[in-house]
Ligand binder design. Structure first.
Ligand code: ADP
Ligand code: MG
Length: 692
């Protein structure tokens, strides 16, 4: 037989003993051509064959490892042509189990009466007796020794046709030995020491062949850390590129002056977010910060604080919102918070007359308006600023990159602040907005009562109507939300369209004032209806998701969502954020007649939690990140060991470590960082074009 040559990590898998052309092809299907690539093919899961279960405690249905003595000579039966069966009985101190092997006649001579073996398999029952069928089996004396398949934690690898776990195990063993000392290792020694990480050699050995669970954990932590560290370094290197394009350096002013003029005390989280932004504004580099805060957390105040800061510096700000109603609401808020301080607020929205717009254009250009609040109308050609230093966009995921940059281009490298209520799990946000800084408002203003949420079906209709009536009697107002029905859509079954449903509700409650609002209406009509509801002139507002974003009516204490199964969880969360903004106990009733388990489980999440981050995670699990963000593709690099949803703590550490390292070596030029630099470059090559 030809002895094959293995020279090191770059040897092809064909150099492995027993790996012929067929297997080479099978390895290629798994993306593996060299030994180096092979050792980074990590197990999918592990089977713990290191702990033994007494037969007495072996529960049918469980997969267990049993250490037992063969109690009688194994018997060979031929049940049909070509079907052979070896049966034996094995015992330990606690009980007996029947073991059967199909078509493994060699077992008859291999297994000896009176000797002890390790059996690994799924426990079954036959009458009163416990059974094992075709278990993995090894003499007890071999278990846990090198090359054994019991008495240890076994890796389970992804396979492709032509490969078996056995082949993988042998290949991996040989590859690990061949790569010893030259394993992929991008972590600088200082980082390994500081964060108490395992060495690369230990990590690769134990991710494949764990000595025990503790060693496996250490190995995993090291490899996850490394993966996230490389990602963080790559992202931060990109950011330092961005920061070099000089920005307006604002002069510091005591922010207390702004706080003192407010009708309430900002929450700790609001203050932290404002501090973060102020630091950026005074840093000399353009701010690029995301304010991420659950609905009702008070993001507008953070915006107002920044606008105040820019104004103190004699600069203008622009504040762009995705809808007319929202822009108007922001205008009101800013007027109430900022005008008493002398800041002049102007609005620009599509529904204004040409004459009104022209007037605003003039005041923006000559600097007599300090802050312009508006919709897309802000990015029109005709809009020119005197000195725009700060650009804020609300609900940023609704704006395209182009629209945002169109606004930015109206100033000279203005600072940008984006506010989002889409509760993106932090880990994911760090990946997606890797080159954005983030402040999280994780605290609601005091005195809020969490909204009580219930999921009901049509049988509750009468009670629901009575409940609406009761709350209105108490002076509250009600939102009823119907799914959006596109013009050309066939309305399936009894799916409620807002207009029809409003007529129904009015018929059921003739003594209450019912209004309807939906996306197809003219902006002016929408505004009038919204304004009337905000002023308390109507009791019930039947709406589509046009109210999803931002609208603030503290007196609304009940929201009924019809056909709730048609909405995404994050969308329901946004909707629910419209209520519970006042001093009253609020209720959200999700009406759904859908009886699929999946829909029920989904809606139950809304009942179980009001935490937007948990809801986002549930949504993400159900739909995956692609759907979660709609059509926008963020193209996160694929992680091999790290789980972006659960390895958050490690990610934060890896980020800190990356920050420290890049401070001392921004371009990763030092010789001890060469491997790291190559890894970072590789990440961008592999994911080219995905980081916009
Ligand atoms: P978001 O945009 O984050 O959903 P808003 O900025 O609309 O939230 O604020 C929600 C409500 O909370 C508003 O009515 C606002 O006046 C109020 N609010 C904001 N901050 C505070 C605070 N620190 N204390 C009390 N009320 C606050
Ligand atoms: Mg808002």
């Amino acid at each position: 037989m030809n002895r094959k040559q293995i020279s090191g990590p770059d040897s092809p898998v064909s150099a492995l003993p027993g790996v012929g052309p067929k297997k080479v092809e099978a390895f290629e299907k798994l993306g593996v051509t060299t030994l180096r690539e092979l050792v980074t093919l990590f197990p999918r899961r592990y089977e713990d064959r290191s702990r033994f279960t007494p037969i007495y405690l072996a529960v049918p249905g469980d997969t267990v490892c049993i250490r037992a003595m063969v109690a009688q000579e194994p018997r060979l039966n031929r049940i049909r042509r070509g079907m052979e069966l070896v049966k034996l009985r094995a015992v330990d101190d606690t009980g007996a189990i029947d073991v059967t092997f199909f078509n493994q006649s060699y077992r008859k001579d291999q297994l000896k009466k009176g000797e002890s073996y390790i059996f690994y398999g799924k426990v079954g029952v036959m009458g009163q007796r416990k059974t094992l069928t075709n278990p993995i089996c090894e003499p007890e004396s071999r278990a846990g020794t090198p090359g054994s398949i019991t008495g240890r934690i076994m890796p389970v690898y992804p396979l492709s046709a032509g490969l078996t776990q056995r082949v993988m195990l042998d290949a991996m063993r040989t590859a690990l030995d061949a790569c010893s000392g030259v394993l992929p290792d991008a972590l600088p020694e200082a980082v390994v020491t500081k964060y108490g990480l395992a060495q690369a050699g230990f990590a690769y050995e134990n991710i494949h062949f764990p000595a025990d669970m503790g060693a496996l954990e250490l190995a995993r932590r090291r490899l996850i850390f490394e993966e996230l560290f490389v990602l963080a370094c790559a992202m931060q290197r990109m950011r330092s590129g961005r920061e070099k394009t000089g920005g307006r350096k604002l002069k510091p002013y005591p922010i207390k002056e702004f706080y003192q003029a407010l009708p309430f005390t900002p929450t700790g989280a609001q203050q932290r977010a404002i501090q973060d932004a102020v630091r950026d504004l005074c840093s000399g580099a353009p701010m690029n910060r995301l304010i991420q805060g659950d609905v009702g957390s008070g993001k507008t105040l953070v915006a107002a604080g920044c606008i105040w800061y820019a104004w103190k510096n004699g600069c203008q700000s622009a504040f762009m919102a995705p809808t007319e109603i929202l822009a108007e609401q922001h205008e009101k808020t800013l007027i109430s918070l900022l005008e008493p301080l002398g800041i002049r607020v102007g609005r620009l929205t599509g529904s204004m007359t040409v004459k009104q717009k022209r007037e605003v254009y003039t005041h923006l250009a000559d600097g007599s308006i300090d802050v312009a609040v508006g919709t897309h109308a802000l990015i029109q050609e005709a809009v020119q600023f005197h000195d725009l230093a700060l650009v804020i966009t609300d609900e940023q995921h609704r704006f395209g990159v182009k629209q945002r940059s169109a606004l930015t281009e109206k100033g000279d490298h203005p600072h940008t602040l984006v506010m989002s209520a889409t509760p993106i799990p932090r880990t994911l946000a760090l990946m997606i907005y890797g080159d954005l800084d983030m402040s999280i408002i994780d605290e609601l203003p005091p005195g809020r009562h969490p909204v009580e949420t219930y999921v009901v079906d049509e049988r509750y209709r009468a009670r629901l109507t009575a409940f609406m009536d009761k709350l209105i009697e108490e002076g509250r107002q009600v939102f009823v939300v119907c799914p959006m029905v596109e013009e050309n859509d066939e309305v399936p079954g009894d799916l409620k369209s807002a207009e029809e449903h409003a007529v129904n509700v009015q018929r059921l409650l003739p003594h209450r004032k019912v209004a309807c609002i939906h996306g197809k209406m003219k902006a002016k009509d929408k505004e009038a209806i919204m304004a009337a509801f905000a002023a308390g002139e109507t009791d019930i507002l039947v709406a589509t998701t046009v109210i999803e974003v931002g609208v603030d009516v503290p007196n609304a204490a009940l929201m009924i969502v019809e056909n709730a199964e048609r909405f995404g969880l994050s969308q329901l969360h946004q909707l629910r954020g419209r209520i519970g903004r006042g001093a009253f106990q609020s209720y959200c009733i999700l009406v759904s007649d859908s009886d699929t388990e999946e829909a029920k489980a989904r809606l139950k999440v809304m009942h179980d939690t009001t935490d937007g981050f948990k809801i986002a995670e549930a949504d993400l699990r159900a739909r995956g990140p692609g759907d979660f963000f709609g059509s926008r593709q963020h193209g996160l690099p694929e992680m091999h060991v790290a789980d972006l949803m659960t390895d958050m703590n490690v990610l934060e550490e890896a980020r800190d470590a990356a920050q420290d390292l890049l401070q001392s070596d921004p371009k990763l030029e030092l010789p001890q960082h060469e491997k790291l630099r190559k890894q970072c470059d590789r990440l961008f090559e592999v994911n080219a074009g995905q980081f916009n």
